[in-house]
Design a protein. Structure first.
Length: 531
């Protein structure tokens, strides 16, 4: 039995901000392109269509360190997070001892800059210039909430930051830590909803791709503050939050964080709306990236019911895709191969890649004369095929035409089950097969589950090409982070999460300001804002 692949020729037309893909046979696929800049359609080697932006966007939207700081102080998300810290306002009951030199929000601002620069020392040095510090105090004044302490005349010191971090580690600050993370990420989520993402009143449309209903996710390994591990022969200080993790098909030692971001074609237009730390495992074991990713996605779905799908790499397998689908989250990624010995050297798609072939079920439909016609359906990778015979009588697999539609159905417990309807070519009359993509494997196929292979958008479909092409955008966020921050500037998960949240605050603040610039609004990158 052999599998055949049919080539698809697609035409591309524009209707305003909507891109229409058509091959004259399958249903048209529409993709809405938000933003003010026109994306450029591009045809990939595998025949799918993607979108790219002009390469001069980065030069036109360069952002300096000072602009990043101004954008952070002008972002309501920063102040929402800082509000969770004790010590922002003068105490009505002064206590004996040395007076407070720096309000808590000022130290959180130092943390944000340290997360952005990847160094506590670099952040302190940035603020240490007395001329620059006076300018920063002037920038902060119009944004500081009423009743809060202003930045003092003297800049922060390393000792002040160390004292703040010691408090952050304390058990009695556990609630503060949880509230600050919730406020920082919640404010980012409110901002993206205001910009049209995750509209709960808009259902997922199979043939109309709206990037605002999707998120992308990927993990990145940050260099540990120490290059040593507990397995070293000589005693050295090691980082308990770091370990071995997979990275681009190889292994890297460090602290791994998962970032979940919105989808945008605009340069630096993506917001980070969730993050999670990957717990390291002892010895030579790799950390499990999938578990915290799934947990973060499920929490995000509760806060944003209009989020319908996630674009990920193959870290999400059937055991993860099933629970996500039941909660209303569709996964777009490649199905695992049966074997792929050259993946590391030549990439995922190479001549030696062998797709898994699995029998699905027999589709039956009644003909006009009362007879029952049967079609044996298989999946090759994630693409449904039917079994037919060629002119020589050999059994071959031919792919079904692209699906007509896909939808979910509610279960009694409030969860969802998902179906995709495929036209099945039949010489005796048209017929349609509704395949449930999240069903368990059949009794004669106990070695697999449908979540392992079946996808809402199989590989090679126009929707898959448009959506999966956005996954590489996560690397842009990682590059922005690692361009400044070569190492995570702290030991231990608790402190590392604080500095990662600080970086997220600066990243989202710049994204917000760039969106305001494109909308023709006054923004912190180009103006000194008064609030």
């Amino acid at each position: 039995m052999t599998a055949t692949v049919l080539a698809e020729w697609q035409t591309i037309t524009r209707r305003g901000k909507t891109l229409v893909l058509s091959d004259g046979v399958n249903p048209d696929v529409k993709v809405r392109m938000p933003g003010r800049r026109g994306s450029i359609p591009t045809r990939r080697p595998d025949g799918t269509i993607g979108l790219k932006r002009p390469r001069n966007d980065e030069e036109r939207n360069l952002v300096s360190d000072n602009q990043t700081l101004r954008a952070t102080m002008a972002d309501p998300a920063f102040w929402a997070a800082a509000r969770q810290l004790p010590g922002n306002a003068p105490s009505p009951h002064p206590t004996p001892g040395r007076p407070v030199q720096m309000p808590a929000w000022g130290l959180y601002l130092v943390v944000c800059v340290a997360g952005y620069l990847g160094s506590q020392r670099a952040a302190i040095a940035y603020f240490a210039d007395p001329v620059m510090w006076d300018v920063i105090r002037m920038w902060a004044q119009p944004h500081t909430p009423n009743g809060w302490s202003a930045l003092p005349p003297k800049p922060p010191t390393r000792a002040m930051l160390r004292t703040f971090l010691n408090k952050w580690d304390r058990d009695d600050w556990a609630d503060v830590r949880a509230r600050l993370e919730k406020a920082q990420m919640g404010a980012a989520l409110s901002e993206v909803k205001r910009r049209g993402h995750f509209n709960p009143d808009e259902r997922l449309s199979y043939n109309k791709v709206d990037f605002r209903q999707w998120v992308t996710t990927d993990g990145t390994v940050l260099k540990a503050p120490s290059d040593h591990s507990p397995d070293d022969d000589e005693p050295h200080r090691t980082d308990p939050a770091s370990g071995l993790h997979t990275k681009a098909g190889s292994t890297a030692h460090g602290s791994k964080f998962v970032f979940i971001e919105t989808v945008s074609d605009e340069y630096r237009g993506r917001f980070i709306v969730a993050t999670a730390h990957v717990t390291p495992k002892p010895g030579k074991q790799h950390g499990d990236e999938a578990a915290p990713t799934v947990n973060a996605l499920l929490n995000l779905k509760q806060a944003a019911p209009g989020m319908w799908g996630v674009i990920a790499d193959t870290v999400l397998r059937g055991t993860h895709i099933g629970p996500l689908a039941r909660r209303g989250i569709i996964t777009v990624n490649h199905a695992p191969a049966a074997e792929n010995p050259d993946r590391i050297r030549k990439g995922r798609h190479n001549r030696k890649r062998v797709e898994r072939i699995q029998f699905l079920r027999t589709h039956r439909h009644e003909l006009a004369n009362g007879h029952i016609c049967e079609h044996r359906l298989h999946t090759v990778g994630s693409v449904p095929h039917q079994e037919v015979y060629d002119d020589q009588g050999n059994s071959i697999l031919t792919p079904l035409p692209n699906a007509i539609t896909g939808h979910d159905r509610p279960n009694a417990d409030g969860s969802s089950r998902w179906y995709v309807e495929y036209p099945v070519p039949c010489p005796h009359g048209a017929t349609t097969a509704a395949l449930r993509i999240d069903a368990p494997g059949r009794n004669d196929s106990k070695g697999w589950a449908w979540n392992d292979l079946m996808r809402f958008y199989p590989s090679g479909t126009p929707q898959f090409g448009l959506l999966y092409g956005r996954r590489n955008a996560t690397e842009s966020v990682h590059r922005q982070l690692k361009r400044k921050a070569e190492r995570v500037p702290a030991y231990g998960y608790t402190r590392q999460m604080l500095f990662v949240l600080g970086y997220i605050a600066t990243h989202n603040a710049v994204a917000r300001a760039l969106h305001q610039r494109r909308d023709g609004q006054r923004n912190a990158l180009d103006h000194l804002l008064r609030t």
